[in-house]
Design a protein around this ligand. Structure first.
Ligand code: MRU
Length: 375
């Protein structure tokens, strides 16, 4: 049974003409929803990290196209071909917002393929819109399922069911970052729900504090014991020998198993290796990009230097200081103990196992489409 989460990250309005998101920039001080109606509002929500986390960006992108189709169809664009070119433009605007998480491009591409196939079968604008709503719902549902399955597979790596478990994580790869209960945090929720004693150390995650603002918020809301540490505290913490494993999510995994994730992940992987602590990456197959041979091919987003120069509501570096602000880094595959997808656990060398997992996921989702049910 899936643990119930006390908030919703994204949902369409009942009329399917707008999206409602939990605005993650306001957490943990305020839990406020925000309604997004236009393409510009949706693109801005991604850029400003009101909505974030690789799998959630995919789910959000899917709903965004569905809602934009419905708005256009009932507004100024009545014909299906005009609607398709409108959607192609919207998809490219959304895709340009953030380059690293491949799930966004993956979901937009999947949605466009559905729209194209309805148009090629001479479907009208209403049929395009209906098919897109169904596909967005399926993507959201599948993401929820994938989270649960990743959690179950990960628990097979995390020892005896009754033993207390202490994990460390970086950034936020929980329910706030997905359409379900999270990637890296899914085994945490499953174990906690099953009555196991679980404790999580959450890295603060500078500069935007997704660890302390978001991971600590969602874990405390669910009654999971969480301890926040600043990013420099990992070494002495791991040296104490209390952490059973480090678990993180990913924004894109290359074919060889190199893993892009929030800046600071690579450093944590090095520390884990030095201290003999397993380093597990949990991500759905939609995060695996077989077209990137290795981590060098993954585009790394660089963000506004002001995020570093000004934090916590005050100036934190002089205006004249240069700042380098990459949002992600790449952890080399040799530092990764295992990659857990919804299809199971992949051990190094990763090439073959990752390819197999992606292929199995593709077959499952095609079979489901043929039967016209969500897998
Ligand atoms: O910049 P963010 O907050 O979108 O970065 C998020 C991360 O790096 C997560 O760890 C990653 O997307 C995996 S989320 C399940």
């Amino acid at each position: 049974v899936e643990p119930q989460l006390p908030f919703q990250t994204v949902r369409p309005t009942p009329e399917h003409d707008a999206l409602v998101i939990l605005d993650q920039t306001l957490l943990p001080e305020r839990e406020e929803e925000r309604t997004l109606e236009t393409l510009e509002e949706m693109a801005e929500a991604i850029r400003l990290l009101r909505v974030r986390g690789a799998p959630l960006l995919g789910v959000f992108g899917a709903w965004a196209l569905a809602v934009l189709a419905e708005r256009a169809r009932t507004g100024e664009i009545g014909d299906s071909k005009g609607l398709l070119s409108h959607l192609r433009e919207a998809a490219s605007t959304l895709e340009e917002t953030r380059p690293t998480a491949v799930n966004l491009a993956w979901a937009l591409e999947r949605m466009l393929r559905v729209a194209e196939s309805v148009v090629s079968r001479e479907g009208d604008a209403a049929a395009v819109s209906a098919a897109l709503l169904a596909e967005a719902r399926a993507i959201h549902h599948q993401d929820r399922e994938m989270c649960r399955r990743m959690g179950e597979h990960a628990l097979t790596l995390l020892g005896d069911d009754d033993a207390p478990l202490t994990l460390m994580t970086h950034c936020n790869a929980g329910a706030l970052a997905t359409g379900g209960m999270g990637s890296a945090l899914s085994p945490v929720y499953l174990a906690h729900d099953g009555g196991r004693k679980v404790r999580v150390f959450a890295d603060e995650t500078r500069p935007l504090l997704q660890g302390s603002r978001l991971t600590a918020w969602e874990l405390t809301r669910s009654g999971v014991e969480v301890t926040v540490v600043t990013d420099g505290m990992g070494a002495p913490l791991l040296r104490r020998g209390e952490v059973d494993a480090v678990v993180v999510g990913s924004d894109r995994i290359a074919a060889n198993g190199d893993v892009a994730n929030k800046i600071g992940t690579y450093g944590l992987a090095l520390l884990a290796r030095e201290h003999g602590v397993p380093f597990y990456v949990l991500a759905p197959t939609s995060t695996v990009d077989l077209e990137c041979a290795d981590g060098d091919a993954i585009p790394i987003e660089e963000r506004d230097p002001e995020e570093v120069r000004e934090g916590f509501g005050r100036r934190t570096a002089p205006e004249g200081a240069a700042v380098w602000n990459p949002a992600f880094d790449v952890t080399p595959a040799r530092l990764v103990s295992a990659i857990v997808t919804e299809e199971g656990v992949v051990r190094p060398p990763f090439d073959e196992g990752l390819g197999d997992a992606v292929e199995r996921a593709r077959r499952t989702s095609e079979a489901a489409r043929r039967e016209n049910v969500a897998p």
